[in-house]
Design a protein around this ligand. Structure first.
Ligand code: F6R
Length: 242
């Protein structure tokens, strides 16, 4: 695992964005795995800046969300379909039809999850997967005790995750209880992993993922198994590394 410690969040965004831009330059129709949440926002803003400056063409890119809440329709402002439209497709000028998101409102969620796996495979697999990390060590919504070989499936959000994500909703009880998430096995099949973390609230999870044992109690520790995993940290997020 490559661990890159940078002075601040701006540098994390710029250095991590370079990994994505390189994948897109190598292959115009690169398949990019997209995280939501706060961590990748600077990276997305940096890519949008490069697009606006004429330095990068993302019009051929295909995106696959990491996860989606169950029960929030795509038009709900906090559904990940909406969030990715606002934070990725619109700022990068990417056709929203090129951004795939699991269908968290499907009548048959198991079938929707299996279909999402098929869609990723049909696209040729994910070239570069962008990741954040939860304070409890989750990636995607693979909460502690997730199988290290899991595939896209329904999960129950941990109380800590629901509390952390309550900031996006008017009332904490509005945070959905379930989600569809790419599995750890799915994530490990991406050709490159780019995890970004900023701030001291992530320092314990980062230390467990990078230096702790490989364990389903810290799902992000699966990055230790990947031959091309990069972890891009500001100094606060790196503070508990030895
Ligand atoms: C989001 C996702 C989550 C977040 C994680 C960190 O699609 O899969 O794993 O990356 O919860 O969230 P933030 O970045 O908001 O701290």
């Amino acid at each position: 695992m490559k661990v890159v410690i940078l002075p601040g969040a701006g540098e994390v965004a710029r250095v991590a964005a370079r990994r994505i831009a390189e994948a897109v330059r190598r292959r115009r129709d690169a398949v990019v795995g997209l995280a939501t949440g706060s961590s990748p926002l600077g990276l997305y803003a940096e890519l949008a800046r490069q697009v606006a400056a004429g330095e990068l063409d993302v019009s051929g890119v295909r995106g696959f969300a990491l996860d989606e809440y169950v029960g929030l329709p795509p038009a709900h402002p906090q559904s990940y379909a909406s969030v990715l439209r606002r934070t990725v497709a619109e700022p990068l000028g990417l056709d929203p039809g090129r951004v795939h998101v699991p269908d968290g409102c499907a009548a048959d969620l198991d079938a929707a999850a299996a279909g999402y796996e098929r869609d990723i495979r049909a696209a040729g697999g994910i070239d570069v997967q962008i990741l954040g990390i939860g304070a409890n060590g989750h990636i995607g919504f693979n909460e502690p005790t997730s199988s290290l070989s899991s595939r896209t499936r329904i999960k129950t959000l941990a109380p800590r995750t629901r509390a952390d994500n309550a900031r996006f909703f008017a009332f904490p009880e509005e945070v959905p209880v379930h989600c569809l998430t790419q599995g750890l096995g799915t994530i490990l099949e991406a050709r490159e992993l780019v995890l970004v973390a900023q701030g001291e609230a992530k320092a314990d999870a980062v230390a467990a993922a990078v230096e702790g044992p490989l364990s389903s109690m810290c799902p992000a520790s699966v990055l230790q198994l990947h031959p091309r995993a990069g972890v891009y940290l500001d100094e606060a997020a790196a503070a508990r590394l030895r």
